[in-house]
Design a protein around this ligand. Structure first.
Ligand SMILES: CC(=O)SCCNC(=O)CCNC(=O)[C@H](O)C(C)(C)COP(=O)(O)OP(=O)(O)OC[C@H]1O[C@@H](n2cnc3c(N)ncnc32)[C@H](O)[C@@H]1OP(=O)(O)O
Length: 706
C-alpha cells in the first residue's frame, strides 16, 4: 500500500530496497539457485534481516534456517521464491496471508514455455491482481541493490568479477538475466560502478516501464543501462523515459530484434511482438534515449555517461600527429553520422603558427610528430579549439607517451572550457586514470571510440535541439469528428482544416457540373470518380488526367462513371471530383499508422516506387511540428531533390513542413477514431508556390478500438 503523496513507483521499494528478505527453497550450497543469494547476502555484508526457509535444514551459511514462512518472527519485506513453477501460486497465497509486501519468482516454466506455462502465468497474474503483493518475474535472475548489498539474485557474475568499492550511479535493467550478467561483467572491467542490477524476467506483474519509473525517482541512479526485447506498456514506457530525461538522467538501451531473424528469436523468447525496428529507433531518439547495439558499446556508453554534463555535439575537431590517422578517424566519424567541419580561417591561422607546412590545419589537424619538441603548442591548439564555436567536441589521437606529456594540459583545458575532449591512445598512456578523473575519457581503439562516441554525441545534439518532449506535453488539438461518409473530397477537406492543403477541386454530380467546375478552376483539369467504396480508383478506370477543354470533360465524366460501375457494381458512386491539374518539383508520401507500442507514428518519404525499393523513409512518433518535419525530410536520401538537385528548381520545403505538421495535428485531433491516414502524393511545388495533397485516405479504426 502506498502512503498518501507517495509516488506510485515507491511500490517497488520492498523489491529493490528491502529491509528483510526470506528465501524459500534455501540451500547451504552456494552453487545452487536457492543458495547463491544467501551466499551473496552474507558475503557482501547486507545489513538487513535474512531468513532462509527450508524444512530440511537447521542452518545455512551460519544463519538459522526456518521451516516455513509462518514461523518467521516478522512478515519479511521481500520473499524470494527459489522453488519450482508448480509451487509458486500456493506460495504466493501464503505470502499474501502472511502480510509479505513483495515476492521475487525465479522459476522458469511460465509464459516463455508454451501454452501450459502461459496458463500458469495468467493464473499467477489473476491471483496477484486480487492482492497488494508486488510480484517480480517469473523466470528472473533477480536483483542487486549495490548501495545496501541486498543481493536477491543467483548471478554467479558477482563471484567472478571484482566487486566495486562503493556504489555507483548506473543501474542495469534488462529483460534477460544472462544479458544483465554479461553487460555487468564487461562494464565492470571498464571501471563502471553500479547502483542496481535488475533482471525483470517475464514481467507478469511488474514491467520494464515500472522499473524505469522507479529508477527515474531513485536518488541513487543517474544513468540506466537497459536491454529490452519487447515493451508491454508503450505509453507508460514513454512517460517513464520522458521523466528520466526531465530529471537530467541518461537512458541507454539496447533493443534486440535488429534483423528479421532476431525479431523471430525475440518473439519465440518472450512470446510477444518485437515491434517495428524503425519506429523503435525513431521513438528512442525522440525520447532522448541513447541506443546501443552490442554489449561492449553499452558498457562504453555507461562509461561515457560520466561526461554527460560536458558541452558536446556532432561537429568534431580531430587533432593527430599523423595525416593517416586523421584521415581514418575522419572517415569513421563521418560514416557514423558525425561531422568533421573545415575550421574557419582565423582558427587555421592560429594553428598554422605552430604547425610545420607539411602538417594540416583544416581538420583533421595534423600537428605532426615534430610537436614532441613543442608540447606547449598543443596546449595553444587545444585552447583555440576549446574556444571556437565551429566545433563541439575535440578528439585527440596520440600515442601513449605523448598523452602522458600532454595530460596536465589536456585536463586543464578541458576543465577550463567545459567542452568535451576525448583521447584515443595509440600506445600505452600511464596517465589514463588521471585523464579520466580529470574529465577526459580515454579509448584504446578507434572502432570502440567511434561506436560509443557517435550515439553519445548525437544524443548531446538532440538534447540541445530536441523539443519533442515539450511538444508532447502540450494539450492535444481540439477533437475532430470523423464524418460517416469518408470519400476522398471529405478526407482532404478534413485534413485541410488542420493545415494540410488540398488541391483546388470541386465535386460534380453531372457532366454539366463537371464542365462548370473545370471552367471555374481553369484547364487542364483532372477528373476522378468520387466514391467512399472505391479505394483503387486507377484500377477501376476512375481517374483521367490532363483534360484540356469542356468537350473532353463532358465525355470523360460519362466514361469514368460507366467504367467504375462495371468494375464495382455494388459501390456507392457520388459523382466525380474535378481538380486542377498541378505540376511540381517532387511528390511526397505522408502517412500515419498506429504502432502497437508507441501509438500513432508518422512516416514521410519521397513519392514513387523508389521510396519502397530503397526504404527511403523517416519515422516519428506524433506529434510532429514544422521543425521536426524538416528533420525528417533531411533524413531522406532523396532530400536533395527538394533543394534543387543538379540545376532543377528547388521545392517549397517550408510549405511541405507546414503541411506535415498540419497532418500531424489532424491525426491527433481524430485520435482513436483513426487506424491509418495517408496523403499520397503530396505535391511539392517550386519554392514559394506551396504544396497540395493530390490524394488522401483515412481508415477508421475498427469499432472495438475507438
Ligand atoms: C536465465 C535467465 O535469463 S533468467 C533466470 C530464469 N530462471 C531460471 O533459469 C531458473 C530455472 N530453474 C527453475 O525454475 C527451478 O525450478 C528452481 C531453481 C526455481 C527451483 O528448483 P527445483 O529444484 O525445481 O525446486 P524445488 O521446488 O524442487 O525445490 C528446491 C528446494 O526448495 C525446497 N522447497 C520446496 N518447497 C518448499 C517450501 N514450500 N518451503 C521451503 N522449501 C521448499 C526443496 O526442499 C528443495 O530443497 P533442496 O534443494 O535442498 O532439495
Amino acid at each position: 500500500m502506498l502512503a498518501p503523496g507517495q509516488h506510485p513507483a515507491h511500490r517497488l521499494q520492498p523489491l529493490l530496497n528491502p529491509a528483510s528478505i526470506a528465501i524459500v527453497g534455501a540451500s547451504g550450497d552456494a552453487a545452487r539457485i536457492g543458495g547463491m543469494p544467501i551466499a551473496h547476502l552474507t558475503r557482501f555484508g547486507y545489513a538487513g534481516r535474512v531468513y532462509p526457509i527450508n524444512p530440511k535444514y537447521g542452518e545455512v551459511f551460519g544463519l538459522r534456517c526456518w521451516p516455513d514462512l509462518e514461523s518467521l518472527p516478522e512478515a519479511p519485506d521481500l520473499v524470494v521464491l527459489a522453488v519450482a513453477a508448480a509451487q509458486v501460486l500456493p506460495m504466493l497465497q501464503r505470502c499474501a496471508a502472511r502480510g509479505v509486501r513483495a515476492v521475487l519468482v525465479y522459476a522458469a516454466g511460465f509464459a516463455e514455455e508454451g501454452a501450459r506455462g502461459a496458463q500458469l502465468q495468467a493464473e499467477l497474474e489473476a491471483y496477484v491482481a486480487t492482492t497488494d503483493l508486488v510480484v517480480a518475474g517469473p523466470n528472473a535472475m533477480g536483483f542487486a541493490n549495490l548501495n545496501t548489498q541486498a543481493h536477491t539474485n543467483f548471478a554467479s557474475v558477482f563471484n567472478t568479477v571484482p566487486m566495486q568499492q562503493g556504489a555507483g550511479r548506473v543501474s542495469l535493467l534488462t529483460q534477460s538475466g544472462n544479458v544483465c550478467a554479461a553487460v555487468y561483467a564487461i562494464a565492470r572491467r571498464l571501471g563502471v560502478d553500479f547502483s542496481h542490477f535488475i533482471n525483470t524476467g517475464n514481467e507478469a506483474c511488474v514491467d520494464f516501464a515500472q522499473y524505469l519509473e522507479y529508477l527515474a525517482q531513485d536518488d541513487a541512479t543517474d544513468v540506466a543501462l537497459g536491454y529490452i526485447e519487447e515493451l508491454r506498456d508503450g505509453p507508460r514506457f514513454m512517460a517513464a523515459a520522458a521523466e528520466f530525461a526531465r530529471r537530467g538522467k541518461l537512458l541507454i538501451l539496447y533493443k534486440a530484434g535488429e534483423t528479421d531473424k532476431g525479431s523471430e528469436a525475440v518473439r519465440s523468447h518472450t512470446s510477444a511482438l518485437a515491434g517495428d525496428r524503425a519506429v523503435y529507433q525513431a521513438a528512442f531518439a525522440q525520447l532522448g534515449i541513447v541506443q546501443g547495439h552490442d554489449f561492449v558499446q553499452l558498457a562504453q556508453l555507461a562509461h561515457l555517461a560520466d561526461y554527460r554534463h560536458k558541452s558536446a555535439g556532432k561537429r568534431v575537431a580531430i587533432i593527430t600527429i599523423s595525416g593517416a590517422l586523421g584521415a581514418i578517424l575522419a572517415d569513421k566519424f563521418i560514416g557514423a553520422g558525425l561531422e568533421v567541419p573545415t575550421l574557419p580561417q582565423p582558427l587555421q591561422d592560429v594553428l598554422r603558427a605552430g604547425i610545420p607546412d607539411y602538417g594540416m590545419v583544416t581538420n583533421p589537424v595534423d600537428v605532426t610528430g615534430n610537436v614532441v619538441n613543442d608540447p606547449g603548442f598543443v596546449r595553444t591548439a587545444m585552447q583555440a579549439l576549446a574556444q571556437s564555436d565551429a566545433v563541439d567536441t575535440v578528439v585527440l589521437y596520440a600515442p601513449g607517451y605523448m598523452l602522458d606529456r600532454m595530460a596536465d594540459d589536456l585536463v586543464a583545458v578541458s576543465a577550463a572550457h567545459g567542452k568535451l575532449f576525448v583521447a584515443i591512445d595509440t600506445g600505452a598512456a600511464t596517465t589514463r586514470a588521471q585523464l579520466r578523473a580529470g574529465g577526459v575519457p580515454v579509448f584504446e581503439d578507434i572502432g570502440v571510440a567511434v561506436a560509443a562516441l557517435a550515439p553519445f554525441l548525437l544524443w548531446h545534439e538532440r538534447r540541445r535541439t530536441g523539443r519533442w518532449l515539450q511538444l508532447r506535453a502540450q494539450p492535444l488539438p481540439a477533437p475532430a469528428a470523423l464524418p460517416a461518409q469518408l470519400d476522398e473530397y471529405r478526407t482532404k477537406q478534413l485534413l485541410a482544416a488542420h493545415g494540410m492543403p488540398a488541391v483546388a477541386e470541386r465535386v460534380a454530380t453531372s457532366a454539366d457540373e463537371a464542365v462548370a467546375a473545370a471552367e471555374a478552376l481553369g484547364y487542364p483539369v483532372v477528373l476522378k470518380v468520387l466514391s467512399p467504396d472505391i479505394a483503387h480508383k486507377t484500377e477501376a478506370g476512375g481517374v483521367r488526367l490532363r483534360l484540356h477543354d469542356a468537350d473532353a470533360v463532358r465525355a470523360v465524366y460519362g466514361e469514368v462513371l460507366a467504367s467504375c460501375r462495371r468494375h464495382a457494381p455494388q459501390a456507392r458512386i457520388e459523382g466525380a471530383l474535378v481538380g486542377r491539374m498541378e505540376s511540381g518539383v517532387a511528390e511526397l508520401i505522408v502517412g500515419a499508422t498506429r504502432d502497437a507500442v508507441f501509438g500513432m507514428t508518422l512516416t514521410v518519404g519521397l513519392g514513387g516506387v523508389l521510396t519502397e525499393l530503397y526504404q527511403d523513409v523517416s519515422h516519428r512518433v506524433l506529434p510532429v511540428d514544422e521543425a521536426m518535419a524538416l528533420e525528417m525530410l533531411r533524413e531522406l536520401k532523396a532530400y536533395p531533390l527538394l533543394t534543387g538537385f543538379r540545376g532543377r528548381p528547388a521545392g517549397d520545403v517550408a510549405a511541405a513542413c507546414a503541411a506535415i505538421a498540419g497532418f500531424s495535428r489532424a491525426v491527433l485531433a481524430l485520435g482513436a477514431q483513426v487506424q491509418e491516414a495517408e496523403v499520397n502524393p503530396l505535391l511539392v511545388k517550386a519554392e514559394g508556390q506551396g504544396v497540395c495533397a493530390l490524394d488522401a485516405l483515412v481508415l477508421p479504426a475498427p469499432p472495438s478500438a475507438s
